[in-house]
Design a protein around this ligand. Structure first.
Ligand code: SF4
Ligand code: SF4
Length: 361
């Protein structure tokens, strides 16, 4: 995960390397505490994805998790939501979107997350990164950043390409003191699967970790890769073999569209908070339970912990599966889901990260 400790990368100065090592160690200690706390008690959320802004500066052909008009969630409201999550005992916050770098007070959101004792991560398309923005993210206390790159050269479907982003990756390699992960993609609609390999190798060369995502169907469900894609997938998994994934078969099952047995603890140990402040199981199952965070009680969370998710056997959402590993060995799920409270505006199709060492993705 992130840049390897102590690794000499690019032209990073001695001061950046020192601060990078310091932040890496501190984050690692906090992650170990997070795991110990999660094993000791099932009563708090481990990971929360929160959306401060649905708007995005890009328009990737496969994505319907964004719009080009919505306003940022006001900072006071974001702080209220973060306070509520901190009071629940949440360990990790991942800021996602839309494009979080478009939020004018993103750094304040990160700062508040850290002040409330939670690990702060972010998923971004990276286009709005500059040397100055990397500096302000360093100062705000960001701990993890993930960029998804879809191809080597931009095409009509996606501009998130290595060619477009490479200068920004070099700036990250030189100036970022937080950990950086580059996610490449495989699956239907990806024209050149070899691109994923090129992207993963470049990520490692720059001192980042790399993961690979699989494009799944519109409900986050399985779709098998072809044999060449499987080969590439296995090679990238090998590149990122420090991953927790070596402890389970989830990612390998996803690549081959095999069903798997696990207990999805979304709505309890994992929460997805949309821009309207509603709690959802995950980005793929928005509307369950669809209850405002301010009204989301301990009882509701505990009920979701014991609720069997109908979508679990064919699910591809690896970050939720990683969180579930903490509890798979205990507490069988016997409750049925309550009906949807609010239907999602759109049915999202998104890229799923596979093989991450992080739980905040
Ligand atoms: S995939 Fe990411 S960058 Fe592309 S439109 Fe969706 S939110 Fe924006
Ligand atoms: S099993 Fe869980 S993470 Fe997967 S799609 Fe269903 S609710 Fe989402």
């Amino acid at each position: 995960m992130g840049m390897a400790e102590g690794q000499k990368i690019g032209r990073a100065s001695a001061a950046v390397l020192r601060e990078r090592r310091r932040r890496f160690r501190r984050t690692r200690v906090r992650e170990l505490k997070m795991i110990a706390k999660a094993l000791a008690s099932t009563k708090h959320p481990v990971l929360v994805h929160i959306i401060p802004m649905r708007r995005c500066n890009l328009d990737c052909g496969y994505c319907n998790e964004y719009d080009d008009v919505s306003k940022p969630v006001p900072i006071e409201e974001m702080k209220r939501r973060l306070d509520r999550l901190a009071d629940m005992g949440t360990s990790v916050i991942t800021i996602s979107g839309g494009e979080p770098l478009m939020h004018p007070e993103l750094e304040e959101i990160i700062r508040h997350t850290r002040e409330r004792g939670m690990i702060a991560g972010m998923i971004t398309n990276g286009f709005l990164l500059s040397k100055e923005r990397i500096r302000t993210l360093n100062e705000a206390g960001l701990e993890h950043l993930q960029i998804s790159i879809d191809n080597v050269t931009p095409d009509e479907v996606s501009k998130k390409s290595l060619k477009t982003l490479d200068t920004r990756l070099e700036w990250l390699s030189e100036f970022a003191v937080f950990q950086v992960n580059i996610n490449s993609v495989l699956g239907s609609g990806v024209k050149y699967p070899e691109d994923a390999l090129t992207i993963a190798h470049r990520a490692v060369e720059l001192g980042f970790t790399s993961t690979v995502g699989i494009i799944h169907d519109h409900n986050g469900q399985l779709k098998a890769l072809d044999p060449r894609q499987i080969e590439i997938f296995e090679e990238i998994m090998e590149l990122g073999k420090r991953s927790y994934s070596r402890f389970n078969d989830f990612q390998h099952n996803v690549a081959r569209a095999k069903e798997h047995t696990w207990r999805c603890r979304s709505g309890s140990r994992y929460l997805y908070i949309c821009e309207d402040g509603l709690v959802h199981w995950c980005s793929q199952q928005r509307g369950y339970p669809g209850i405002p965070l301010a009204e989301y009680s301990d009882e509701m969370r505990h009920r979701e912990y014991e609720t069997k998710k109908f979508c679990a056997p064919r699910c591809t959402v690896s970050c939720v599966q990683q969180v579930a590993m903490l509890d798979n060995w205990r507490d069988p799920q016997n409750l049925k889901p309550t009906p949807k409270k609010r239907a999602p505006q759109t049915v999202p199709a998104e890229l799923v990260q596979i093989g991450s060492t992080r739980v905040d993705s």
